[in-house]
Design a protein around this ligand. Structure first.
Ligand SMILES: [Zn+2]
Ligand SMILES: [Zn+2]
Length: 217
């Protein structure tokens, strides 16, 4: 059975996810841990539950989602995977991190570029990658069909959508990608977003003011 543990880290209140199954192999997705105490919280949970992280994934590479990449890579010696179109987004983080107060940020390099439709395997499970650009050019959503859940990053939120005013963002692209890729999933699919509480595809189809049925565009 798939287990999803969430942590909320850094001043952006970013949700970091640990996804694992009965095999105890785990994926670490979007580690936003920066302060020592945040890194300790992630580390302690993994230790106490006897988990073995096997891959580090980024839904996209904005600063709040990658602050803990170097810590995770060095602690667990696991490969970093993200979409190739996030390369420039990640590169930019080093230049602006000090301005946001993250002087200790260290860049990590990709070990693999995830393609759309690729299955990411761990333990006895696999997540399907869905390309949902617009908030960021190479933004991915990781979908687990058997448990009807997905790790949504900053594409779709409860009652909102990702901002599109950052470099590489595009509003119409995001609206279209959510409707074509995420709203094609079953209504009961639970979305675990990069910020704020979880929601479902059905709830957002019904009530989301930007992409739901009452949206103006
Ligand atoms: Zn973002
Ligand atoms: Zn974010």
């Amino acid at each position: 059975m798939l287990q999803i543990k969430s942590f909320t880290f850094n001043p952006f209140a970013e949700n970091t996810y640990l996804v694992y199954d009965d095999s105890k192999e785990a994926l670490i997705i979007d580690p936003g841990c920066y302060e020592k105490q945040e890194k300790g919280e992630l580390f302690d949970f993994i230790s106490k539950n006897g988990l073995t992280p096997v891959k580090l994934l980024n839904t996209h590479c904005h600063i709040d989602h990658v602050l803990g990449n170097a810590f995770v890579k060095s602690t667990y010696d696991i490969p970093l995977w993200y979409h190739q179109e996030e390369e420039a987004i990640l590169k930019a983080v080093s230049s602006y991190a000090p301005n946001y107060g993250f002087a200790q940020y260290q860049e990590s390099k990709a070990d693999h570029y995830i393609r759309e439709g690729e299955y990411i395997k761990f333990g006895n499970s696999q997540l399907l990658s869905l390309w949902v650009p617009g908030h960021s050019p190479g933004h991915l959503v990781f979908y687990h069909q058997e448990s009807a859940t997905c790790i949504g990053g900053d594409a779709l939120f409860k009652g909102s959508i990702g901002r599109t005013d950052l470099p590489g963002g595009h509003h119409e692209t995001l609206i279209q990608a959510i409707r074509q890729k995420l709203f094609a999933l079953p209504d009961e699919v639970v979305v675990h977003p990069g910020h704020g509480p979880q929601t479902t595809i059905g709830e957002e189809k019904e009530t989301n003011p930007f992409v739901g049925k009452t949206a103006s565009s």
